[in-house]
Design a protein around this ligand. Structure first.
Ligand code: FES
Length: 133
């Protein structure tokens, strides 16, 4: 099998192409301790699995990535959710169930833990470019 065939197979197995959101979670060790980061990561994995959002084609399917550093390096664990580009501080294991339920399923970010927003949208970028022309 050629490489793109193998990669297509991997992507299909991972459900890539069906996700609505992507969560990146930093596991430290500067924004939080490695133990705190790992606990948050394990909570995210199990919560996404329990809600049927991981490796799924469900309407709120969510991909997850464990990050070594998101360059904020304080008040972690730091997490960011795309496509909204909502950045969270203090995303400890005990808060993960609320993140999954409230943001990933109900679409309502946890306002008291948000410290920045950077939605990614090519159409916004295109509109800004048009405004500058
Ligand atoms: S170590 Fe977590 S953001 Fe840098």
């Amino acid at each position: 099998m050629d490489r793109s065939g193998e990669l297509n197979e991997v992507a299909e197995k991972l459900g890539i192409g069906h996700y609505q959101r992507h969560v990146l979670l930093c596991v430290g060790d500067q924004c939080c301790s490695p133990a705190e980061g790992q606990a948050a990561w394990e909570a995210l994995k199990s919560e996404l699995k329990n809600k049927g959002l991981s490796l799924s084609q469900a309407p709120n399917a969510c991909y997850r990535t464990k990050a070594g550093c998101l360059r904020v390096c304080k008040s972690g664990p730091i997490a960011v959710v795309y496509p909204e580009g909502v950045w969270y501080h203090s995303m400890t294991a005990d808060r993960i169930p609320q993140l999954v339920q409230q943001h990933l399923i109900e679409g309502q970010p946890l306002a008291d833990l948000v410290f920045a927003e950077n939605p990614l949208s090519l159409s916004n970028h295109d509109e800004e470019r048009k405004d500058q022309e």
